[in-house]
Ligand binder design. Structure first.
Ligand code: 0X9
Ligand code: ZN
Length: 633
């Protein structure tokens, strides 16, 4: 494992990465504009031939490949630039990107690796019933590789798993932010966001926010480190590093599915796409693969052309940047994989949430040893790479919009995790809501939903149904909704249903909405919430007043269905509404009142999830609720 000897080296690199101001051309300067003669520069190399593109990726720090526009973007040293010109390639300096690289703006929005880990720990501590922080192994330097496992543990599994991994490439700075945004939205939305609620109840989400923490420590210093920091493979990489000569193994070339098979990685230990000494030679790869095989069953034969069944479970998204792309296997060969049509449809739907371009990974360029190829190849699990945004060190102002749009795609991936290849074939419910969302039963609730097949060749939506509390996969009964325009059969449909709330117990109810097409394919479920409040004024029963050993009294009562907490008020009989609260936010069903004063009565109210407070003690018959005599904070 790496020794602490690398720390002084890092400081050296950091100094090299933040040079004193240099003369450089203004942003927007014409291609080929002058650059500082001894400084690296970002260039466009006009090349679209796949084999030649692959060779350039193997020897340069290639940031972006635009096969459609016939160029790639790379960070190069002056001598590499000269060599490219000598080889007869057309090379244009990207002045704006060069300037940005040489004088990087500050990036206050990015948490450093310790803060990212602290956020993961804080989430687990704040939601002990829904989140668990574990480690799947250790990095090259011995740093634990942390995993947030999100699910409502009160509901037993097994449950389908959605897996998100970020910062496999260290310098792709938005990726852990997006992964943690998902975790925060799922946990924060439990109980109020319908999809977050049912996903945590019925599915698991696994989030590895920093898959390459050692490399990320370098990126936190402003360095463009992509790989891990394994320096044991010889090669005596440049120190300080240059764009094309850096230590480490590319963790997205190190996986053991057809490792180093297809000229999609480099054998040079200092190259940006170095594939490592052997398949899964890196501890980060061993940890990730080990965890993934422990959670996903093998659902595919070993042969390249073996198809995973339509009901194969699980889905993985590996978050990378940049390029606004959604990619799926294979990346190592050009032919489509056996589940290619369903992967393409999933990729198309995922890309639509973000306005990204979907494509099979090898249509971008050939890569071998990537995470998505390995998981699909090894287990048959639907696997995707998102190339998010427009830069590695994305402008801070752009980050919230990236988080928001990618969240939509990740939530969709989580929703289809039970059987992605099957569910993607059905119409997607794109919106579902009950109006009103809550009330004192019985109240007239109208459920409305929209469904679409536009991204699946515009097939007709044949029906939209809802399931109350018991989802389809647990045998819940489908209640058909009515087409808003009188008939189903278009690629986009809206439907309504009135839900009978009279028979519903007080509390929160989840409504699962699902649509089917004419061939009977059911699509991704979307949730709605329906909250039934207990009737106001229903008394808390069984109130007991006992003298307390320490003086004063202890009140005890029976639990009231739906109560979130209780509060106790004391008053005199002289004026019906003159009481004041003496205990607030009582979580259990008893409380000590050390000094009831001269009060003639004590009353216990239940605090209910809604606008109503009710549940008065037996001494307070006829009271509806306290007036302005005092409020609980
Ligand atoms: O080259 C890579 O590893 C990915 N691009 S990045 O800029 N994030 O480095 C693309 C990988 C494409 N291949 C597969 N998804 N298999
Ligand atoms: Zn990447």
């Amino acid at each position: 494992m790496a020794s602490a000897a690398w720390i002084p080296t890092l400081l050296l690199i950091a100094a090299a990465a933040a040079p004193p101001p240099q003369p450089h051309p203004a942003a927007g300067a014409p291609p080929g504009a002058a650059v500082a003669p001894d400084r690296p520069r970002v260039v466009r190399i006009l090349e679209s031939d796949p084999a030649r593109v692959s060779r350039l990726i193997g020897r340069l720090d290639v940031w972006e490949v635009r096969r459609d526009l016939g160029y790639l973007v790379a960070l190069v040293e002056p001598r590499d630039h000269e060599a490219l010109l000598r080889e007869g390639l057309r090379v244009e300096v990207d002045a704006a990107r060069t300037q940005r690289f040489l004088s990087p703006p500050g990036f206050p929005c990015y948490d450093v690796v310790d803060d990212l880990h602290a956020r993961m720990a804080a989430l687990a501590a704040a939601h002990p019933d829904l989140a668990e922080l574990t480690s799947i192994g250790a990095s090259w330097s011995g740093e634990p590789l942390r995993l947030l496992r999100l699910t409502n543990r009160a509901r037993p599994g097994p449950k389908p798993t959605f897996f998100a991994v970020a910062a496999v490439h260290a310098r792709e700075m938005t990726t852990p932010e997006v992964a943690l945004h998902l975790a925060e939205r799922l946990l924060g939305g439990y109980g109020s966001d319908p999809d977050a609620t049912w996903l945590l109840d019925h599915h698991e989400a696994h989030v590895v926010a920093v898959a390459n923490p050692d490399g990320r420590r370098l990126a936190d210093l402003g360095l463009y480190q992509r790989k891990n920091i394994n320096d044991s493979n010889g090669g005596a990489c440049a120190d300080p590093p240059t764009p094309a000569n850096q230590l480490g193994t590319d963790l997205n070339r190190n996986h053991s599915w057809h490792w180093n098979c297809c000229a999609g990685s480099s054998a040079d230990p200092c190259a940006q796409t170095y594939h490592g000494a052997g398949p899964a030679s890196e501890p980060e790869t061993v940890a990730l693969q080990g965890h993934l095989v422990s959670i996903f069953p093998d659902q595919r034969g070993d042969h390249r052309n073996a198809e995973a069944p339509l009901d194969a479970t699980g889905i993985l998204v590996t978050l990378h940047s940049y390029g606004r792309l959604v990619l799926w296997p294979w990346g190592d060969v050009f032919p489509a994989p056996p589940n290619g049509a369903d992967l393409e449809l999933l990729g198309t739907k995922l890309a639509d949430f973000m306005g990204y371009t979907p494509m099979q990974a090898s249509d971008l360029y050939i890569t071998d040893g990537a995470t998505d190829d390995w998981l699909y190849g090894q287990r048959g699990v639907a696997s995707f790479t998102f190339e998010m945004g427009d830069d590695f060190f994305e402008d801070c102002a752009a980050v919230p919009a990236i988080e928001q749009s990618v969240l939509g795609a990740l939530m969709y991936a989580a929703r289809v995790a039970r059987a992605p290849y099957r569910l993607v074939r059905g119409p997607d419910v794109t919106a579902a809501a009950a109006t009103p969302e809550g009330g004192e039963a019985p109240f007239p609730a109208t459920l409305s939903a929209d469904a679409s097949e536009l991204l699946h060749g515009g097939q007709p939506v044949a029906s939209i149904s809802y399931f109350l509390d018991v989802p389809p996969w647990e045998g819940g009964s489908a209640v058909p909704m009515l087409p808003a325009d009188g008939a189903f059969g278009s690629a986009q449909e809206s439907a309504v249903a009135s839900v009978d709330t009279a028979a519903l117990a007080p509390g929160r109810h989840v409504v699962f909405v699902q649509a089917t097409d004419a061939s009977g394919n059911a699509g991704a479920v979307k949730g709605a919430l329906l909250v039934v409040y207990p009737q106001s004024g229903v008394p808390v029963q069984g109130l007991d007043v006992l003298p307390a050993a320490a003086g004063g009294v202890t009140l005890a009562w029976e639990p009231l269905a739906g109560a979130q907490s209780y509060r106790v008020a004391a008053g005199t009989l002289g004026g019906l509404y003159d009481h004041a609260y003496v205990a607030c936010g009582v979580g259990g069903t008893s409380v000590a009142i050390p000094d009831p004063g001269t009060s003639a009565y004590l009353l216990v109210e239940a605090v209910l999830p809604g606008p109503y407070a009710g549940g008065f003690g037996p001494d307070s018959a006829g009271l509806r609720r306290p007036a302005a005599g005092g409020a609980c904070p």
